[in-house]
Ligand binder design. Structure first.
Ligand code: 5GP
Length: 191
């Protein structure tokens, strides 16, 4: 059996990575498992523990770093986020594709660490900075200070797209998802 792909989906905060990922998982018949990250960020109202994230204290996060439990981890606007490594390889060996939704530094780390050729990476690009800002604001989950920090960080991230295999414009969720799925299917078929 062919090993499943490791799919990296990055892009600035607010670009709609989660929406695109859910659209792909709901509308296409691909064997994709979402890798649930661990974070120290406070849980948002609509988020579910163990579905969106594993929400942990800074101490618990540190214990996981010390125990070498992460494939990668990063600090993002004052909180820590990490990809638990236990399930990633196990699922890929079963032929399932594992999707990581992570920011650019973590994405770079994964790309340099996981050196097999069944990795495919995407950077999801907003149609404009205005669109990005209005999406973050619409979420109504962050303070003004954090919104500004996330936008600044997003602008920097948008200059770091060279490390990705594909840059996909999120002008429309269905269209962007279709583009990503086509590229995943092509890659899955390759040797
Ligand atoms: P948010 O707080 O908006 O859920 O996530 C902030 C940023 O951290 C987003 O760009 C998100 O994709 C990224 N992120 C989520 N989980 C991880 C992870 O495990 N590792 C890394 N490096 N970034 C993550």
């Amino acid at each position: 059996m062919k090993k499943g792909l490791l799919i990296i989906l990055s892009g600035p905060s607010g670009v709609g990575k989660g929406t695109v990922r859910r659209y792909i998982m709901d509308n296409f018949d691909l064997p994709i498992c979402y890798s649930i990250s661990m974070t120290t960020r406070p849980q948002r109202e609509k988020e579910v523990e163990g579905v969106d994230y594993y929400f942990v204290t800074p101490e618990e996060f540190q214990r996981n770093i010390d125990a070498n439990n992460f494939l990668e981890w990063e600090e993002f606007v004052g909180n820590r986020y990490g990809t638990p490594k236990d399930k990633v390889e196990e699922l890929r060996k079963q032929g399932k594709h594992v999707l990581l939704e992570i920011e650019v530094n973590g994405a770079g780390e994964v790309m340099s660490k996981v050196n097999d050729d069944r990795v495919i990476s995407f950077f999801l690009m907003p149609p404009s900075l205005e669109a990005l800002e209005s999406r973050i604001r619409r979420r109504k989950t962050e303070s003004e200070k954090i919104i500004k920090e996330r936008l600044d960080k997003g602008k920097k991230e948008m200059t770091m797209t060279a490390q990705y295999d594909h840059v996909v414009l999120n002008d429309n969720v269905a269209r962007a998802s279709q583009e990503i799925v086509d590229l995943i299917e092509q890659k899955a078929k390759s040797k």
